[in-house]
Design a protein around this ligand. Structure first.
Ligand SMILES: Cc1cc2nc3c(=O)[nH]c(=O)nc-3n(C[C@H](O)[C@H](O)[C@H](O)COP(=O)(O)OP(=O)(O)OC[C@H]3O[C@@H](n4cnc5c(N)ncnc54)[C@H](O)[C@@H]3O)c2cc1C
Length: 447
């Protein structure tokens, strides 16, 4: 007979809202629960002897994370903007070390900050996510204690990776920094405010802006449509290889080299987008000390090389960035918050209004959806209609039948075709998606 916690986790997993973050396994003080690989990413395997505390009911992102309560507890108030969260400083910039910048996702800022935290003794180790462990197609969280290992973990990983299962391995006497996705940062803050010793040993949370991730099956499909035989295994995979914005690069044991520019391999998104991407309402990693995204703008894109939007959420992180700038490690230009955020208007809307509508539709269909404790104060009917189109694309795109399209059209056709359709759709829906966004307000639903 499963106990109520096992039953709860089972319900979250079965309902399809589990984000695979690994928090439940990481909270198990018995150390016997773990995350197992599935086609939908990591999923929990909970031991019958588990010692998971009741906290899990309040910080599982597949169930409920009370953002307003967390804002009050962590920042002492609600943010000025619910679109981007509490802000101490906003910049555009990059790491001045050419190699770090080139090997990273955008400007190498996360790698540079982690390295500085380590080298200045602010942390003993960094908890990072790296592609290629335990094998080239997979990705894992690792605890590293050298600058070299931090650099080796540069680049974004766009498949789901459980990160918080690392919690029970942390030494409360040590100091860590972690990189994690938005709801994972929020869950960690919840635990820190509850006095969880391992969560408190994490002194810095750094995280990417997070739009969409894709299921691992996307890699298999990408290989197959590019003519790679089933037995020809991947020997190396990078999501953002080469010059920014980079390309997906897959090398195989037989010597095949597949390369697809980021803007082209985005065609995999409608077919393999994760449920987590569709349900999350946090794009800008609102509870990370430092949140970093790509600086998408014609001005930066025309230069290549790599530029990031950098958001510090407290004075201590702002001081670290300023120190790094004066030491010549980072190039940082103050950016007006509005212009920095307008680079991401589309994705901010996708999360802040789109996810709310999608979660609401799930509930209307009697399906489980996570609750983040607030909802947009106003959503126009046009915005709902746009969401119906987007949701229909994801609904059909993820079916086997529609995935067959990928096998019929070569990547050199579907890549550019998808990109041009995406840009056209972006321009058609732009007015509706941006309408009312700058005056976005929320209604807080007490829990
Ligand atoms: C799933 C996902 C979706 C994203 N969507 C967007 C988007 O829509 N728009 C946008 O502007 N930016 C997005 N980003 C962020 C962007 O890709 C870069 O990560 C960000 O600009 C930081 O770049 P950087 O050069 O400073 O990072 P780097 O210096 O390359 O360092 C990257 C760090 O991120 C960590 N990391 C990588 N993947 C993960 C992961 N899955 N979970 C936890 N930690 C991880 C690594 O540990 C590494 O230390 C996304 C990132 C991810 C992982």
């Amino acid at each position: 007979m499963p106990d109520r916690i096992t039953e709860f986790i089972g319900k979250v997993t079965d309902s399809g809202t589990c984000t695979g973050c690994g928090l439940c396994a990481g909270l198990d003080n018995s150390g016997k629960s773990f995350m197992k690989d599935t086609p939908l990413g990591p999923r929990p395997s909970i031991s019958s002897d588990h010692r998971i505390p009741d906290d899990i009911f309040h910080c599982c992102a597949g169930h409920r994370l009370d953002y307003p309560a967390l804002y009050r507890a962590h920042y002492g108030k609600y943010p000025e903007s619910w679109l981007t969260g509490t802000i101490s400083g906003v910049y555009t910039g990059f790491c001045k070390d050419e190699q770090v910048r080139r090997n990273s996702s955008s400007g190498g800022v996360i790698t540079a900050v982690l390295t500085t935290l380590l080298e200045t003794g602010r942390i003993d180790s960094a908890i990072v996510v790296t592609q290629g462990i335990p094998e080239p197609e997979k990705a894992s969280v690792v605890i590293v204690s050298t600058a070299e290992a931090i650099r080796a973990a540069s680049q974004s990983v766009y498949i789901p990776v459980s990160t918080l299962d690392v919690l029970h391995k942390l030494d409360p006497e040590k100091k860590y920094a972690i990189t994690c996705l938005p709801e994972q940062s929020a869950a960690l803050r919840y635990l820190q405010h509850k006095g969880h010793p391992q969560a408190l040993s994490i002194r810095y949370i750094l995280g990417p802006y997070t739009g969409t991730a894709i299921y691992p099956a996307a890699i298999t499909t990408f290989k197959t449509i590019n003519g790679v035989k089933r037995h020809d295994r991947v020997s190396s995979l990078k999501w953002r290889a080469g010059e920014w914005p980079g390309y997906l690069e897959i090398l195989t044991e037989s010597g095949k080299v597949l390369r697809s520019p980021k803007v082209y391999y985005n065609f995999l998104i409608p077919f393999f987008v994760t449920n987590t991407s569709l349900q999350s309402m946090d794009f800008a990693n609102e509870f990370a000390d430092l949140a970093v995204g790509d600086a998408w703008s014609p001005e930066f894109e025309s230069q290549g090389q790599g530029f990031s939007v950098v958001v510090s959420r407290n004075e201590s992180m702002t001081a670290i960035l300023s120190e790094m700038k004066h030491q010549g490690i980072l190039s940082l230009e103050d950016a007006p918050a509005e212009s920095a955020h307008s680079m991401h208007g589309h994705m901010i809307d996708f999360k802040k209004r789109g996810s709310y509508i999608r979660n609401r539709m799930r509930r209307m269909l009697l399906m489980k959806a996570p609750d983040f404790g607030y909802k947009p104060a106003v959503i126009g009917i046009k915005r709902v209609l746009v969401e119906l189109v987007i949701s229909a694309i994801f609904l059909f795109g993820r079916t086997r039948l529609f995935r067959l399209i990928l096998y019929l059209l070569p990547e050199r056709i579907i890549g550019p075709l998808f990109n041009s359709l995406r840009l056209r759709w972006k321009s058609i829906s732009k007015k509706t998606k941006r309408q009312g966004l700058t005056s976005y307000e929320v209604i807080i639903s007490e829990q």
